[in-house]
Design a protein around this ligand. Sequence first.
Ligand code: BGC
Length: 373
Amino acid sequence: MKLSKKVIAAVMAAMMLFSLTACGGNSSTPASSTDDAAPAADTSNDEAAVVDEAADDAEQAAQEAADSAAAAVGEGGNIGVCIYKFDDAFMTTYRNALQEILEGKGYTVTFMDGKNDQAEQNNQINNFIAQGVDALIINPVMTSAADQIIATVKDAGVPTVLINREPTAEQMSAYDKLVYVGCDARQSGTMQGELILDTVNKGDINGDGKVSYIMIQGDPENIDAQYRTEFSVKALTDAGIEVEELDLQRGDWDRNKGQEIAQNDLAKFGDEIEVVFCNNDDMAIGALQAIQAAGRTVNEDIYLVGVDALDAALNEVANGNMTGTVLNDAKGQAEGAVAAMEELLGGKTYASGEQSIYVDYVKVTPDNVTDFQ
Ligand code: BGC
């Protein structure tokens, strides 16, 4: 906040001094060449000295402005970060990574908990703007609020990095100092399907010629939930496998809901369930509790896959209690978000259609799980 005001003040001072210098001499003095102004102008030596001094001051002010701008980019800038809700397992890992990177680089960073309430987050964004933050990093509560968020930050001229919940390219094209850093959720869905295809019976445990599954979905408003749901199953059908959806329910990324849905489905469908697809690991950990409580054994009579590679899930993959997961690289995304933010602070603008920066997902199985632990 302080820095951007300093930058503006210094730039304005420099501009004023330059224009004073340019206008200070004889009206025949060319405005573009202040250094030549004094000798060319029909003025006394004293007046020439004043003009020279003004030029020096202008140069110094311009240098200070450049130094301040560099400081805002490298160190000491104020960054506001809005997280959709603190009480989300994956976003907690992501938030910790962001904090470590930003503070390690000398930024002052404030995190706000949107509490899964878009109105609350809108207030937080407005407050950050009123405080004059140098840049914003926003994990929107609702992807459908993207237009409003983008209009707000554009109006304020604050460089902004959106994370985790991707708006459309068209929405982002409204503001060229805005970029999205995240992952292509289609990739994670496809990898979940591949984890099932890689099992000995390609998911068809009971050998009836089809894979019968339940799908525990994240918040369906979120593109990650939509794509993972679609592309996990598509990987199977693309491989020529017949599928049967026994149930699809929203678990809103939440462990307890994952547990409840799996428990109800296991009671209802019993051995018919061969695969439990969960859009994230937290719900998969909940589902695992229900699977174990029902006396079923993962990788023997049921398969279970998630996404994120949370520590708890990595342990379960290593122990054979989860078939696999997919690394949702929180650290890589946090690094990407900070790098993009610094480019924006350095003056970079993004052309329409080039505002999404993706970090790759990675499949995690018992074979490579130790690489991630
Ligand atoms: C993660 C989920 C998380 C969600 C929040 C997804 O990319 O996989 O674990 O709850 O983002 O938006």
